[in-house]
Design a binder for this molecule. Structure first.
Ligand code: M6R
Length: 608
């Protein structure tokens, strides 16, 4: 989704803004633009398509002079991707330029009102109303004009503002959309996320909802929505520029697959003390926990599939009913949620619009909210009662890999942690489960070591269209993630089915040569899976089976086999997903797809 950058200092702003926009490319966009304040006022340039188009137009920034400015990558919502609809947008008198991420819900009414007042609109965007409102309210005090403007807006916004009358000053503000400030020496920044800042500074300020940042090269002053000055809290981010770069890998996705052992280690090890799982940030008392009579898990996309793994494991270990719901469905139904419900919200970005809406809906009904989030200071992290961070580091590829596996690991830890506190695990059982969890990094490394075999297998399968993933129980949860990975980056059609569902309709599609990827690591149901594999084989399917190492029975039916390292049967879906990530990667590569930035997709889906 849209990305924002801002800079003020003594260097030329345009190359810095351009570089920041390149770091935000992974979020997904279809046009880009920059506005810089120079001696002769605001100079704005925009271009549709890739940032390299803008780069060429402004000669890497050399064609724009000025030491403060704002930049934007746009993911079209209101109006097609065109130069005119691209951001920044400028006021009719060229006094203001703004960039915006989010959606202004009442823009139509504001547009009519502003038109009646004589403002001329150039674009079809919801954003343009904001720049005209600023113009309307500006009487020499920029902060006041910003406060009056945002008071008129309904919806979500992160805004960067430049005013031709205010050399060296940039303004940033946000409501329900991400925006982070970067604190430098003699220069300051803002951006949608830290990947655009980390090359310049590790000192950041997470803007709270409604706060307005008044930024000059030497100073950052923060105001709350009432205009009262508030403290600037600087946080030091833990990772450096290497984390946001490819480090020799051809794609971020491959790099992030390979980083999984490290990401899991960072997520797990600090939370195991004296053989017990300790979730410091989950502040529910034992008494409160005992009152929880239902766990609901909600999320979108892969985060939902991680939640689906959690559903099986929490239910099994805690013996509490667990529902897993797509956030985009949950938010529009009338769920039975009250103060005895624990809502577990899962999100890599922490900014997914439907997940936020579902969370707010359940919070209003009294649920206790635990968020499992990767991005520190994100909206979901801030709205939740408790947060368990997945310390995966920055995830740049649109297709999540380490984000997903760290979510699954936290789900497993949460299940064991809750079961222990509910008195459902003996010391022996707890010890065994914790030891298995501590092995996750090496387990995943062993799954990654399958890499050369998977690459070879993908050569056999990349030419097919219409693939099916089948599995039962935890294998079914992994099927959904494996199928999503394949379709989102390779554009091949694939479907995930509970294997028991095949005969209720889908088997009609099985014919000679149809690839079926059968996940059969959940050994309690292995015989059932073998029956399903036989059913599809009898109809001509070509079966690629994913089973646990040592399983010889599979050779009787499967055409190809991937052997996955063993762990506790409850945790097997974790190593099982790794070959499917690699399979999707190599199939997409063989098909010449843009792996890190698949068409039509955005990294963080901040619109409904
Ligand atoms: O940032 P989130 O985890 O909330 O994102 C949820 C989904 O949009 C995300 O998992 C999406 O499905 C990915 N592209 C999957 O790889």
């Amino acid at each position: 989704m849209c990305g924002i950058v801002g800079f003020t200092g003594s260097q030329s702003a345009a190359p810095i803004l351009l570089d920041g926009l390149k770091k935000l490319e992974y979020r997904g966009y279809d046009s880009a633009g920059i506005a810089v304040l120079g001696e002769n006022g605001i100079h704005m340039e925009k271009a549709i398509g890739m940032i390299k188009n803008l780069d060429a137009k402004i000669q890497g920034g050399a064609a724009m002079s000025g030491a403060s400015g704002i930049g934007h990558t746009r993911w079209a919502t209101h109006g097609e991707p065109t130069d005119v609809n691209a951001h920044p947008h400028m006021s009719n008198d060229d006094k203001f330029a703004i960039v915006h991420n989010g959606i202004i819900e009442n823009y139509a009414a504001l547009r009519e009102e502003l038109k009646e007042k004589g403002f001329q609109f150039k674009s079809e965007t919801d954003t343009e109303v904001i720049v005209h409102l600023l113009d309307l309210y500006y009487e020499g005090d920029l902060k006041k004009a910003v406060m009056k403007t945002v008071a008129r807006l309904e919806g979500a916004y992160a805004l960067g503002i430049l005013c031709a009358e205010e050399q060296g000053r940039i303004i940033a503000t946000r409501h329900a959309a991400p925006l982070i400030l970067g604190v430098g020496v003699g220069e300051n920044y803002f951006a949608s996320d830290v990947t655009a800042l980390v090359a310049h500074t590790k000192n950041v300020v997470y803007l709270e909802d409604g706060e307005i940042a008044d930024i000059t090269p030497e100073n950052i002053t923060l105001y709350n929505e009432l205009g009262k000055e508030v403290e600037v809290k600087v946080t030091r981010i833990a990772w450096d520029i290497a984390a946001a770069e490819k480090g020799g890998y051809e794609h971020f996705m491959l790099k992030e697959i390979m980083e999984q052992p490290h990401a899991l280690k960072s997520t797990i090890e600090p939370r195991i003390k004296d053989g017990e799982i300790v979730l410091d940030d989950f502040n529910l008392t034992d008494e409160d926990l005992k009152k929880i009579n239902k766990v609901m898990i909600t999320a979108c996309g892969s985060a939902f599939y991680a939640g689906s793994v959690g559903k099986y494991v929490i239910e099994e270990l805690c013996r509490i009913p667990v529902e897993a719901d797509l956030a985009s469905e949950l938010r529009y139904r009338n769920p039975l949620v009250d103060e005895h419900t624990l809502l577990v919200v899962v999100s890599q970005s922490g900014e997914t619009a439907d997940t936020i809406a579902a969370m707010k809906e359940c919070k209003a009904r009294g649920a206790r909210i635990l968020a499992i989030v990767n991005v520190v200071g994100s909206t979901i992290a801030k709205l939740a009662d408790d947060v368990v961070y997945t310390w995966a580091g920055p995830e740049i590829a649109v297709a999540t890999t380490k984000g997903y596996t760290t979510q699954v690991a936290v789900m497993h830890m949460l299940a064991v942690y809750m079961a222990r506190r509910l008195g459902r695990l003996t010391d022996e059982e707890n010890k065994a489960l914790v030891e298995d969890i501590l092995q996750f990094p090496s387990l995943i490394q062993r799954a990654i070591d399958l890499n050369p075999n998977i690459q070879t297998l993908s050569e056999k399968y990349h030419g097919y269209n219409n693939l099916f993933f089948i599995g039962r129980n935890l294998d079914y949860a992994a099927c959904m993630e494996g199928s999503l990975k394949l379709k989102e980056i390779s554009y091949l059609h694939s479907e995930a089915y509970g294997a028991g569902e095949l005969k209720h309709g889908t088997i009609a599609l099985i014919e000679k040569g149809r690839p079926v990827i059968a996940l059969a690591c959940y050994e309690r149901l292995f015989d059932k899976m073998m029956s399903n594999i036989k059913e599809v084989k009898a109809r001509g399917a070509q079966v690629l089976a994913v089973v646990l190492e040592g399983n010889r029975q599979i050779f009787a039916e499967a055409d190809d086999v991937i052997f996955v390292p063993r762990t506790n049967p409850l945790f097997n879906s974790l190593p099982e997903i790794v070959p499917l990530q690699l399979f999707a990667y190599y199939v997409a590569k063989a098909n010449g797809c843009d792996i890190d930035k698949p068409k039509n997709l955005a990294k963080s889906v901040t619109v409904e």
